[in-house]
Design a protein around this ligand. Structure first.
Ligand SMILES: Cc1cc2nc3c(=O)[nH]c(=O)nc-3n(C[C@H](O)[C@H](O)[C@H](O)COP(=O)(O)OP(=O)(O)OC[C@H]3O[C@@H](n4cnc5c(N)ncnc54)[C@H](O)[C@@H]3O)c2cc1C
Length: 283
């Protein structure tokens, strides 16, 4: 009985098209999608024998490995490895490249995929914040549907397990080409403080020293953005005067104080970062 159960549990399906994948998925509803495997190994099991169910490998599905560009956007298949996004260079927005360079180490990045980083369900991994800031869109497909969702809305708030519907997978990430003049990222590690981890990004667009757009995104347990607080920067002359800067910091402080998450030391660290970033704009 055990042996039979293990045989089924350890099955690996290597589909070469999405149609084949969905058909295997329908026959094995408990199967786990496997991209680079680094998150699965990190989060659920250390040995193949301990995997929770049959495995649906995405490795051979050619269309998921594609990178294409048009005049308006860059499109990345969900199976593109993190290191490949560093290797292809400047076509990938600086804020995303810099974020990926801080993820794990080169051997892990050679296996880990952008789709796996986005779909890891236990927490928001590092690519969420830059992709939300860049107004990226995700294509999600199931056997019967296809939809696009904004990266900033790909959150697990409604369902703590996943932002994906049942038997749905992320197929493509679409990033509009826009140039940002000032980009900064800050990674908050849990290692020393036990206060929670996350990634904060801040990007600014300015024309003739007048701010024309701003994005502030934090992604940790959930994604935090506030369009009203971004819009207060619009039309401001750079460098900012000190009075305006400290007024803006105060607004962020009040906003963060009202949120249930992030809280405690993490909220203090985030506010310190926001305050030093706004301070930088006064120079
Ligand atoms: C030593 C180490 C250090 C790390 N450090 C960092 C770090 O500093 N920052 C960071 O962000 N990450 C870090 N990670 C996590 C790593 O980036 C993720 O494990 C990785 O991005 C997941 O990609 P993967 O291709 O291996 O996904 P997998 O492990 O194959 O999948 C992860 C999850 O996503 C699901 N999934 C995968 N692809 C899809 C898809 N297309 N559609 C729907 N669901 C899908 C899988 O079913 C699984 O639940 C680290 C990992 C290791 C091992």
């Amino acid at each position: 009985m055990d042996a039979a159960h293990n045989t089924v549990r350890n099955q690996i399906f290597l589909s070469s098209t999405l149609a084949e994948l969905f058909s295997s998925w329908a026959r094995n509803p408990g199967a786990v999608l496997y991209a680079g495997g680094t998150g699965i190994v990190l989060g659920t099991a250390s040995k193949l024998a301990e995997f929770p169910g049959p495995i649906l490998s995405l490795e051979k599905i050619h269309e998921l490995h594609k990178i294409t560009r048009t005049e308006r956007y860059l499109e990345i298949g969900s199976m593109v490895r993190l290191n490949d996004l560093i290797r292809i260079g400047k076509i990938v927005p600086e804020i995303l490249r810099n974020t990926i360079m801080q993820i794990a180490n080169p051997p892990v990045r050679n296996l880990a995929t952008i789709g796996g980083n986005i779909c890891y369900a236990k927490e928001k991994l590092d690519t969420h914040a830059p992709l939300a800031a860049l107004d990226a869109m995700y294509e999600l497909r199931s056997a019967v549907s296809s939809r696009w969702i904004a990266a900033s809305r790909f959150d697990t708030k409604d369902d703590p397990l996943s932002a994906l519907d049942k038997q749905e997978l992320l197929t493509r990430i679409r990033i509009p080409f826009e140039s940002w003049d000032y980009t900064i990222i800050k990674k908050f590690e849990d290692r020393h403080c036990g206060c929670g981890r996350g990634m904060l990004v801040f990007i600014v667009k300015a024309q003739k020293n007048i701010i024309s757009d701003v994005r502030f995104v934090f992604a940790g347990e959930s994604i935090i953005t506030n369009r009203n607080l971004e819009m207060i920067f619009f039309g401001q002359q750079l460098p900012l005067d000190r009075k305006t800067a400290s007024h803006f910091v105060g607004l962020w402080e009040n906003y963060l104080a009202e949120l249930p998450y992030p809280n405690g030391l993490l909220a203090v660290k985030i506010l310190n970062f926001i305050s030093s970033t706004i301070e930088d704009l006064t120079r």
